[in-house]
Design a protein around this ligand. Structure first.
Ligand code: ZN
Length: 165
């Protein structure tokens, strides 16, 4: 069995394969499946070994723009950061003021339907390698529903595919 040092306490930790809640993304409900995790038996710390991180972030971004429910604040923030935009830059692109964007991102105000769709389109237009997904995503726009509770996204990190659970 592979062993690695725990990044927190330095103890010898095991490398296991399993599911990992991808909190580093800022999204509370994205689960990475089948990835290697360094699990420390001493302090309980878990460090994921993230394979092909750029591709992984691309798949997560795609799962957000194709989500059949209105975008939540943390998802908008994730997508903005995915495009490497500041709040100000992003607000300018979608023609709202910074305060409005900030309220959306903090779930203090919900994003309107048209802004929701515009954000998805921006990600498809500007996200690296995402342009080819624009047509199928747009065609699914009429099916997007309201839903307040977060949706769980499971990402298969071997196949680089995702599903909503
Ligand atoms: Zn430890």
């Amino acid at each position: 069995m592979r062993k690695q040092q725990c990044s927190k306490c330095g103890a010898e930790a095991r490398v296991i394969r399993g599911s990992y809640r991808f909190r580093e993304s800022g999204l509370p409900n994205v689960i990475l499946q089948g990835i290697e995790i360094i699990r420390c038996p001493v302090c309980g710390n878990e460090d994921p070994i993230l394979p092909r991180l750029n591709r992984l972030m691309q798949v997560v971004a795609l799962s957000m723009v194709n989500k059949p429910y209105r975008l939540r604040g943390e998802e908008i923030r994730f997508l903005r950061k995915y495009l490497s935009k500041t709040g100000q830059e992003f607000a300018r692109l979608i023609h709202v003021d910074k305060t409005t964007l900030s309220k959306w991102e903090n779930n203090d105000d919900r994003v309107g339907d048209q802004s929701d769709r515009l954000i998805r389109l921006l990600v498809l237009a500007l996200g690296q390698g995402l342009q080819g997904f624009a047509a199928s995503t747009v065609e699914a726009f009429p099916g997007i529903k309201d839903r307040k509770s977060p949706v769980r996204v499971e990402v298969d990190s071997e196949k680089m595919s995702y599903q909503y659970a």
